[in-house]
Design a protein around this ligand. Structure first.
Ligand code: IPM
Ligand code: MG
Length: 369
């Protein structure tokens, strides 16, 4: 079987790290890669951050692999289109409401975490971030004299939007509990002491839990408390369910636990992923972004990108064994001493990619039928 993958390298370090993911994928299966423009690159060529051609290409593919978007510079004129709009529009147009961001610090990298080793030990969490609603997609604008003395963004959620991502999070909690032989746990993060949308969020999560997931240990945590607990007792979290904006912030914080944001991968799904089955139209991207400060130097870590390709294999195509093989290869390469600059080492993009490829070629799980 040949899979068709839409490849969107995007901006900054995106085009430098994307080849690493393609090489790794080519090592474990048969893929046809079709490249499309998004972000600032697309703005330069097409005048739009998400050209129609790109959207169609994504829709015709088995899965989408994205590098990063953004240049680090925000246009001063609010009417000028921004690179990031391309990504937000893509998430929305593909209906990718459930964003999964796993955080599992590798034992070999415990020392790279800003937290004391004993706090990082046992951390194995999954951020389930709502991705197509909330502040990112509500009514917004600039009003008032002289081009806008006032600005607003609005946060809105419907019961249906909250419920569908909540169900994904509960199912993932059950799956993780089964795989790890421990009781299922879920923390729903909101700001119910201040926000109406959060009170609705809590209401929906409470109802879904009582109706269909009585065996899951659920707690509701205010976002400020959650931010604190992520640095004081992160191992207490398992599945962290939250809305779009809180999820953006907390997932970067959680990523630091792993030693570097450069290692984090994500899956954006239009539905609950089914083990062993493909989910067409899902998107996979590293969490770190375009890192304009180091772009063009060949030094960016390709590991978050490669681990996103592993998530593509697992959740996008249902290829569990291949996904495991790629994740194991990254872990083995790190155990064997691979350290990119974000981890305090000197390995550049190419040497890091080669280290993973060589670990992959010596792993027994390779090219499973
Ligand atoms: C992320 C990024 C994006 C987001 C940006 C680039 C718009 O920070 O995927 O976490 O805020 O969702
Ligand atoms: Mg972010």
């Amino acid at each position: 079987m040949t899979y068709r993958i839409a490849v969107l390298p995007g901006d900054g370090i995106g085009p430098e790290i994307m080849p690493a993911a393609r090489r790794v994928l080519a090592e474990v299966g048969d893929f046809e890669f079709h490249e499309y423009a998004i972000g600032a690159v697309a703005l330069d060529t097409y005048g739009l951050p998400l050209p129609e051609d790109t959207l169609n290409g994504c829709r015709q593919s088995d899965a989408v692999l994205l590098g990063a978007v953004g240049t680090g510079v925000q246009p001063t004129d609010p009417a000028t289109p921004r690179a990031e709009q391309g990504l937000l529009e893509l998430r929305s147009r593909l209906g990718l409401f459930a964003n999964l961001r796993p955080v599992r610090p590798l034992p070999a990298l415990r020392a790279a975490s800003p937290l004391k080793s004993e706090h990082v030990e046992g951390v194995d969490l999954l951020v389930v971030r709502e991705l197509t609603g909330g502040l990112y997609f509500g009514d917004r604008g600039r009003e008032g004299a002289g081009g806008g003395q006032r600005a607003h963004d609005t946060c809105q959620y419907t019961v249906a939007e909250i419920e569908r991502v909540t169900r994904v999070a509960f199912e993932m909690a059950l799956r993780r509990a089964r795989a790890r032989g421990r009781p299922p746990r879920l923390a729903s993060v909101d700001k119910a002491n201040a926000l109406e949308t959060s009170r609705l969020w809590r209401e929906v999560v409470t109802r879904v839990a009582a109706q269909d997931y009585p065996d899951v240990d659920v707690e509701h945590v205010l976002v400020d408390t959650a931010a604190m607990r992520l640095v004081t007792a992160p191992a207490r979290f398992d599945v962290l369910l939250t809305e779009n904006m809180f999820g953006d912030i907390l997932s970067d914080e959680a990523a630091a636990l792993a030693g570097s944001l450069g290692l984090l991968s994500s899956a954006s799904m239009p539905a609950l992923p089914q083990p062993g089955r493909s989910a067409r139209g899902s998107l996979f991207e590293p969490v770190h972004g375009s890192a304009p400060d180091i772009a063009g130097k060949g030094i960016a870590s390709p590991l978050g990108m490669i681990l996103s390709a592993a998530l593509l294999l697992r959740h996008g195509l249902g290829l569990e064994q291949e996904a495991d093989a790629v994740e194991d290869a990254v872990e083995h390469a790190i155990d064997a001493g691979l350290r990119t600059r974000d981890l305090g080492g000197t390995d550049d993009t190419e040497t890091a990619t080669r280290a993973v490829l060589s670990a992959l070629s010596s792993s027994p799980g390779r090219r499973t039928p």
